[in-house]
Ligand binder design. Structure first.
Ligand code: AMP
Length: 217
């Protein structure tokens, strides 16, 4: 099963991807996570993209496509994958089709998580992350047991630079400008599935799993 999750930052792509990963036993590929890991590890790629990530802009298409092509060549992607945060532009979607064609494969479904700017701002500005282990919390829906400390490490939780309100609003608007054309791109190919992402994440996951089971049956 080859799936793309589309949706603004904060629409719940990461959380849904984890549920789909354990249900369908295929890897979750988040280009955002791959870039953050490269920055943390101080690799050449990390040095190239660090400033771009901090400002909330998009990494150039050719860099992203190259990273994705390398990732898809790994053996764990043979039975499928879930993309989260990729593609984000039409040129990236075209590049993905070309990469998949080389592998004699194609996408099965594109899940479009619809959400308002107001909900995204509320969700992301309340997100906290442990700087030590990377565990993610939400001060509204997934609070740590103790104040603002990580349940596992006891370290003070922080707000990711790109979860600050002005950056969140910039990422949301950029998303609509660059990524909305992808909705028509996939709709024209008859693989787009629209889902209301304002609902509880467990309900969202079961709804999406049901729809995807039908796609592969
Ligand atoms: P995310 O965690 O998906 O919101 O990604 C965090 C940041 O990584 C984004 O704000 C971009 O700077 C960069 N990024 C991740 N995926 C892509 C992509 N497909 N195209 C361009 N930039 C990306």
């Amino acid at each position: 099963m080859r799936i793309v999750l589309l949706g603004a930052p904060g629409a719940g792509k990461g959380t849904l991807a984890k549920d789909l990963m354990s249900h369908f036993r295929i890897p979750h590929i988040s280009t955002g996570d791959m870039f953050r890991e490269a920055v943390a590890a101080g690799t050449e790629l990390g040095r190239k993209v660090q400033g771009i990530l901090e400002s909330g802009s998009l990494v150039p298409d050719e860099i992203v496509n190259q990273v994705v092509e390398q990732r898809l060549s790994k053996s764990d992607c043979q039975n499928g994958f879930i993309f989260d945060g990729y593609p984000r532009t039409v040129p990236q979607a075209i590049a993905l089709d070309e990469i998949l064609l080389k592998m004699s494969a194609k996408l099965d479904a594109v899940i479009y998580l619809e959400i308002s700017e107001q909900t995204v701002v509320k969700r992301l500005t309340s997100r906290r992350v442990c700087p030590k282990c990377g565990r993610i919390y939400n001060m509204i829906s997934m609070r740590p047991k103790n104040d603002e400390l990580c349940d596992d490490c006891g370290v003070k939780l922080i707000i990711r630079d790109d979860d600050k309100e002005e950056v969140v609003r910039k990422r949301y608007r950029l998303y609509h400008e660059m990524t909305e054309p992808l909705v028509s791109y996939y709709q024209d190919r008859n693989i787009l599935i629209r889902v209301n992402s304002e609902i509880d994440h467990q309900d969202l996951a079961s709804q999406v799993i049901k729809v995807l089971e039908k796609v592969i049956s």
